[in-house]
Design a protein around this ligand. Sequence first.
Ligand code: KIV
Ligand code: ZN
Length: 525
Amino acid sequence: MSDKDKVYIFDTTMRDGEQSPGASMSVEEKIQISRVFDDMGIDIIEAGFPITSPGDFEAVTAISKGLKNSIPCGLARAKKKDIDACYESLKFAKRFRIHTFISTSPVHMKHKLNMSDEQVIEAVKESVTYAKKFTDDVEWSCEDGTRTTLDFMCKTIELAINCGATTINIPDTVGYSIPEEFAKTITHIKNNVPNIDKAIISAHCHNDLGLAVANALAGLSAGVRQIECTINGIGERAGNAALEEIVMAIKTRNDLMPYDTGIKTELISKASKMVSNATGFPVQFNKAIVGKNAFAHESGIHQDGMLKNRETYEIMSPESVGVKKTSLVMGKHSGRHAFKDKLNDLGYTDVTDDVIQEAFGKFKVLADKKKQIYDEDIIALVDDSLIVDNKINAINLKSLKVFAGTGEPQRAEMTLDVFGEIKETSQTGDGPVDAIFKCIKELYEHDVKLSLYQVHAVTEGTDAQATVSVKIEENDRTTVGQSADTDTLVASAKAYLNALNKMLIKREKKSLSENIEHQRVKEGV
Ligand code: KIV
Ligand code: ZN
């Protein structure tokens, strides 16, 4: 394919995606996700909004140090301190992008910015010129673009390009546009901005009317060559255009959309699961491409057709997005070597020996308990070991006994290692999970809100492992914990502890950054 047909994929899962109410990812999770994005061939990764929090700053720094192929990017308002924070966090990468934006619609300028047309124009000039001092790769966005008057939009775009912007992003910030209209806006820009050939036009569409993907694709036919999107379509309110839908639509209907995204689509399913696990946001069963049912054929007529020829009811293969048929893997006699090879096949190429050792130990225990072990079981074990490998566990489960059933109130007996001290308790509860969580609260006093408790069977059957996700909230902080085990109650206890351990780290970091801030104020910096 020629260069002209390339469509750049700009992922904003870790910036706009994380702005979904309740979605938050730890720095470690973001690093792991960014590695998969890098392998997938995502062109630009918007890793965060560095000025907004020490966590975002740290994540952008760590990600920009680790990427091999993708270009890291940070978001900045039209303010020098935002652009400085972007530069400071991105400077370790050999190439990086600064993405700066300001609202251009009448409603935003009047009520949000309280700025006149002239002031906004001045801010565009200053911010893009300033960002350009740090990098050649500057993206400029006219926030609320689709509710901006076309004349004013064209004027600001021309100015941004003159000041050095090489990508011009048109956001449908409130998800208000419809495909025909969005395409017309792009055509208008192409016909009325004299220097538009010096920049790539980008689409950033929100999904408030369920039209984000349709709008972004309509933009392509009018000249858009970068699409901003998120895995699983997460993002502010109803979310952003879903990366997997954009990429698979272009791939499947390449007859009508002859473009190349360069994305290794076989990694889509893995990326979707990682983002869902990290955010605690389940993927709806019938979600296009990555939903549990996206490739399931239920009715007899469909199944019959599929058996005769897959093309009867399948427009793309599950394998093309990395959905493998549940495959039976090794048994209890398999050795460490075979286990390591299996991990490689499953895409775990850079896990440490400690993690392999830990996961292999768990595999042996599982093989004794469970008749059949599947790829998904192995994935759950390794992911569980990766959580342990983060070495963040100050509180660990030593033992758990649960008494459940009819009649008696459910009771849990628990032993925890709390910062090296062994503590025991027994509590009753409204159900076994409630009793378990009460034990943890008794042994380590804390006050958090439980905002999500979710159990997901890794494979079929009553002996399947369960992956449990727990989300807890404290003031403005949220953490998600996970664990997998054939015993759902053990997984529940470990998932809660994982979330709690992460919260302790967040607290520590907050107080550290407060101390630094305090010190700065004292020193007058
Ligand atoms: O939706 C939006 O307008 C944005 C901008 C910051 C690009 O996210
Ligand atoms: Zn957005």
